[in-house]
Each structure stands twice: as structure tokens, then as C-alpha cells.
Design a binder for this molecule. Structure first.
Ligand SMILES: [Zn+2]
Length: 262
């Protein structure tokens, strides 16, 4: 049975699980954003009763017969109740329909294999075909190395789908959450028309430890965090999780005219 209380890894504040849930896994004392399950995020974001999961049966394979991969996948599925590291859906935010995708860092570090790439691509294509705005939340350790080149090619595939969607006139809002790194940063996550981020999220290609080891230097405080990326022009706005629904609704409202002109 899950413990009834949990303490914040950032400040040590202890709160009941129900309180964490009500605060969308943001610490009520210090505001640190802890991981939230993809489904919980989507349920909090969408109007009640409008969330409809898409492509739930799509999964990747084990093309390299990578030692231990099948067993690890089974463990991830058991732990999270998800079949892949992304949940794709359609829903309404304050009455405005959108296609949504949420990577879940609790499933295999949100890594992108063929299953994740395929679901993201189908979501983008669905948005294009239905002329709906697209909102993707990223949280990822990058490409899933157990699938080798099949994983890496998802970067090109998802990026091409975004380019196609963009050329058709679609609105794509990318939301970067902790941590967004590797092949996901280097593909669809960085291609939003509007780039949002949650506070304090690590956003980069290689992680800070790898960079420090490569260049043999200490990195500045806060390097690659949302606030650093905002200061350097990579992010349009930092949005706390509790405000995300209102901000996305506003963006959808402002761009409604554009969508009808497709
Ligand atoms: Zn805290």
C-alpha cells in the first residue's frame, strides 16, 4: 500500500498524498515541480469528460533483441499501467478541442523508441487532418538506446511530421517539463510555434554531467534550467503547472482565427 504522506525531495516538507494530488504534484511549501503521471496531467488539463485516448495500442518492438529489454519493458508497464512512454489523446481545454501528447518520465525515463515516435507522429497527423491545434508535453531522457537506429530515426520522423503540420498552417504548442533532453530536445520538442516550460525543468541536449566531463569545467549555477533557457531566448514563457490550463486556453483562444483560415 502506498504511504499516506510523502516528503518533498527539494525542501523536505511532508504532505498527505491527497494534498500532493490536489496540487498536481507541486510542493505546497516550496513550489518544486515533481513528476506527474501523463494521465493525471491530461485529466487536470482537459474539461471533465472530454479526454479520449488515441493510439493506445501502438507500441514498439525489440528489433535488436537487446539483452534484457523485453523484461525491462514489462516492468515499466507493470509499474506505470502505461504501454508506452507517451499518452496521446484528444480533449477540450475550456471548450476548445486539441490533440495532446504527454511523455511520462516515469516510464523508461520518457525515452523515445519506435512506439513513442509513432504515437507522436500519429498525433501530429491527426491534428493536421482534423485541423486542430497540437499540444505536446515533453519529459525525456532522449532516444531509447535499446532500439538503436530505429529509435534515432524517430527524431527525423517526428520532425518531418511537425514540418508538414506547420506547412499546413497548424498551431503547435510545445511544453518542456523536467527533464527534456537528448533526442527529444533535438527533434519535435524544440519545434513549437509557442515554447513553454515548467519552472526549474532541466532542458538541454546532453545533460550537465556529460558536458562537465567533456569540457573539464564546472558549469554556471542553473545552467540548462527553464529560467536559463528563458533568459537565452529558447523559451517564450515559464508557466507553473497550476496555471498551465489557463495559459493554454488563452493561447488556443488567441489563435482560433488562424485555425479557421487553414
Ligand atoms: Zn518543497
Amino acid at each position: 500500500m502506498a504511504p499516506e504522506t510523502r516528503s518533498c525531495p527539494a525542501c523536505g516538507h511532508e504532505a498527505a498524498q491527497a494534498v500532493w494530488h490536489a496540487h498536481l504534484q507541486v510542493c505546497p511549501a516550496c513550489g518544486a515541480h515533481q513528476p506527474i503521471a501523463a494521465r493525471a496531467r491530461l485529466e487536470a488539463l482537459c474539461d471533465a469528460g472530454t479526454l479520449r485516448e488515441l493510439f493506445a495500442d501502438v507500441t514498439g518492438g525489440d528489433p535488436l533483441c537487446f539483452p534484457g529489454y523485453a523484461r525491462k519493458l514489462a516492468v515499466q508497464r507493470e509499474k506505470t499501467g502505461m504501454r508506452e512512454a507517451v499518452m496521446t489523446a484528444e480533449g477540450e481545454i475550456e471548450g476548445r478541442r486539441a490533440v495532446l501528447g504527454v511523455l511520462d518520465a516515469q516510464f523508461f525515463m520518457g525515452s523515445m523508441g519506435a512506439g513513442v515516435g509513432e504515437k507522436i507522429t500519429r498525433a501530429i497527423e491527426r491534428a493536421r487532418d482534423e485541423r486542430l491545434p497540437l499540444i505536446l508535453f515533453s519529459a525525456s531522457g532522449g532516444a531509447r538506446m535499446q532500439e538503436g537506429i530505429f529509435s534515432l530515426m524517430q527524431m527525423a520522423k517526428t520532425s518531418a511530421a511537425v514540418a508538414d503540420f506547420s506547412a499546413a498552417g497548424g498551431l503547435y504548442i510545445s511544453v518542456l517539463t523536467h527533464p527534456t533532453t537528448g533526442g527529444v530536445t533535438a527533434s519535435f520538442a524544440s519545434l513549437g510555434d509557442i515554447m513553454l516550460a515548467e519552472p526549474g525543468a532541466l532542458i538541454g541536449f546532453a545533460g550537465p554531467r556529460v558536458i562537465e566531463q567533456t569540457i573539464g569545467q564546472r558549469l554556471p549555477e542553473g545552467f540548462q534550467r527553464s529560467e536559463f533557457q528563458m533568459e537565452h531566448g529558447f523559451i517564450d514563457r515559464i508557466v507553473p503547472r497550476g496555471r498551465m490550463r489557463a495559459v493554454l486556453a488563452q493561447a488556443l483562444r488567441l489563435h482560433e482565427g488562424g485555425v479557421s483560415a487553414w
